[in-house]
Design a binder for this molecule. Structure first.
Ligand SMILES: Cc1cc2nc3c(=O)[nH]c(=O)nc-3n(C[C@H](O)[C@H](O)[C@H](O)COP(=O)(O)OP(=O)(O)OC[C@H]3O[C@@H](n4cnc5c(N)ncnc54)[C@H](O)[C@@H]3O)c2cc1C
Ligand code: SF4
Length: 509
């Protein structure tokens, strides 16, 4: 096993890890050695082809098909230089005050989250898209909301030179979306932070990370790793874990940590979501233009948020209810389809948690509560009203009976979409806002870190990603993750001198 030594090792390069890397990068000038480990590959710009199946295989964990333990929900998360920011849509919202207040984490103020989020909005070129870049799929949502008595709001998005190819979730082929792969990581590398890809942190020991660097599989996209494949023991003064809400708890669970952390892995939330589809009489612009420009926030009133969306043929086919002729007819209507994503606001529960199997791989246990199902059904009804108000001929609604509602039955939507038709395992539910597992909080009985990502009782170990969320955010999370990671980086800077002085003499090989 090869041995190397760094002052700070960051594990993961997504919204959290990329932010920490950039925020700590100036310390390289003061002589600190900083390393980022990323288990996914680093793709060249010309490898972003926009082809659904090959990009999903290259950029997502399990090609986007990671299932919860009982198989009732698919979790989508990235595995590449830039993490899930390579595949996110880039909608950029600031955490609501009521949510941060309800989290009740001593030392975490909403104002501070807002201030840091604003800084990253500027850094990532967040703005409202110009009206000429809004496509019919989004315009119909706004119109349908208005006619159905709702007010849609426009998403600020983090794009620069967006060409409206609608391929955000397959990795932007035009380098327009400003994820950490485009902004924070390249800057950190220019300033001297080392980033090693295809480098999987297997477990932690006291001030050490055991890492396996994988060879590039033949025919796979992406560059080979910057390091020789093989096993490494990295000595580290400070370790910052930012492997995401599935990866971080899993890594800590398979490590030999010196103190018990009973809340580790618990309190996993994810905004479970349904894709709803409606058919119009004529063709609309749906798979050209930015896919997600508007949303309707009903979190407080009804426990759901609706967002415009446009998925690719394979994902759409998987999410439509039914099979055979009806399914085929809807798929053939693809150029006439309008789509809405219904997201439920779930709550952190003790039993919804990340564990590991015998080989150390993460397993996510998720129980749908009646409240979450009720939110999805209410969101489905509202979406159906919006679709019909926008002129749709029929709506494919998984929790309705029959699952395809014709315009003639538009007045019966509330009666047709019912919780009793929501059959877990038969209805396609997916989630892309993965949160919790290493929650911030008061003490080790009910949390894993303090408000600055310091793991309780282990001063050299920090967490800086979505796993810090003590409960669901009820909006799109990446800006809040960056704000929390920025705080974690600040705490590392504040504590580094003492921690490194105490560690260095014994560490140097
Ligand atoms: C399809 C999709 C669309 C989304 N759209 C939006 C949006 O529009 N707006 C928004 O706010 N949010 C969006 N999100 C959510 C957002 O992208 C994530 O919440 C955010 O990126 C999570 O940040 P993170 O740092 O916690 O994890 P990630 O960004 O997922 O990064 C974790 C990284 O750690 C790496 N890793 C894991 N384990 C290890 C290990 N053992 N060793 C080394 N590396 C490891 C992973 O490969 C990954 O690269 C979307 C997500 C998806 C999947
Ligand atoms: S819509 Fe814009 S940001 Fe999304 S993939 Fe196309 S060019 Fe990139």
């Amino acid at each position: 096993m090869r041995e190397r030594s760094y002052d700070i090792v960051v594990i993961g390069s997504g919204a959290g890890g990329g932010t920490v890397a950039a925020a700590l990068a100036p310390a390289v000038r003061d002589g600190l050695r900083i390393l980022v480990l990323e288990q996914g590959p680093r793709l060249r710009d010309d490898e972003f082809s926009g082809r659904e199946l090959e990009m999903a295989a290259a950029l997502y964990e399990d090609a986007g098909g990671f299932l919860t333990a009982d198989g009732t929900m698919t979790l989508a998360f990235g595995c590449a230089y830039g993490g899930s920011t390579v595949v996110y849509t880039g909608t950029s919202l600031i955490a609501p005050e009521r949510v941060i207040r309800a989290w009740d984490v001593p030392g975490l103020e909403h104002e501070d989250v807002v201030r840091r989020s604003r800084r990253y909005m500027e850094e990532n070129s967040v703005h409202y898209l110009e009206p000429e870049l809004i496509n019919d799929n989004n315009r119909l949502f706004v119109e349908g909301c208005r006619k159905a008595g709702y007010r849609a709001e426009q998403f600020p998005v983090n794009v620069r030179g967006c060409m409206g190819s609608s391929l955000c979730n397959l990795g932007c082929p035009n380098a327009a979306k400003q994820g950490t792969n485009r902004v924070q990581l390249p800057r950190a590398e220019r300033e001297g932070v080392e980033v090693v890809t295809r480098a999987e942190a297997q477990r932690l020991e006291e001030h050490a990370v055991l890492v396996r660097v994988h060879p590039r599989p033949s025919g796979a996209k992406g560059e080979p790793s910057e390091w020789e494949p093989g096993d490494y023991r990295l000595h580290a003064g400070i370790v910052v874990v930012a492997a995401g809400a599935v990866g971080s708890p899993a890594l800590l669970l398979r490590s030999r940590l010196p103190v018990p952390l009973p809340w580790l892995g618990r309190g996993f939330t994810c905004h479970p979501a349904h894709i709803l589809v409606a058919e119009h009489a004529g063709e609309i612009t749906n798979d050209v233009g930015h896919p997600k420009s508007y949303y309707l926030d009903r979190a407080v009133e009804e426990g759901y948020v609706l967002e415009t969306c446009m998925y690719f043929p394979f994902t759409t086919a998987k999410n439509l209810v039914g099979h055979g002729e009806g399914h085929s007819r809807l798929m053939h209507a693809f150029p006439r389809l309008q789509m809405i994503l219904v997201l439920a606001c779930d709550r952190a529960l003790r039993e919804n948690r990340v564990t590991t199997d015998r080989s150390g791989r993460p397993v996510v246990h998720y129980r749908f509560t009646n409240k979450v199902i009720a939110s999805l059904v209410r969101g489905t009804r509202a979406s159906a009203h919006i679709f019909f108000a926008a002129g749709a001929l029929r709506v494919s609604a998984p929790s309705a009976n029959p699952p395809v509602i014709e315009a003639a039955d538009a007045h019966r939507v509330d009666e047709l979409a019912r919780a009793r038709h929501f059959k877990l395992g038969k209805v396609a539910v997916s989630a892309a806002h993965l949160m919790g597992g290493c929650a911030m909080g008061r003490g080790a009985a009910e949390s894993v870190t303090d408000a600055w990502g310091r793991v309780h009782g282990i001063p050299w170990l920090r967490v800086a990603d979505a796993s810090l969320f003590p409960d669901a955010l009820e909006i799109n999370p990446y800006l809040t993750i960056m704000a929390l990671a920025d705080r974690a980086a600040q705490a590392v800077r504040a504590d580094a001198r003492d921690l490194l002085e105490a560690w260095r003499p014994e560490a140097e090989p």
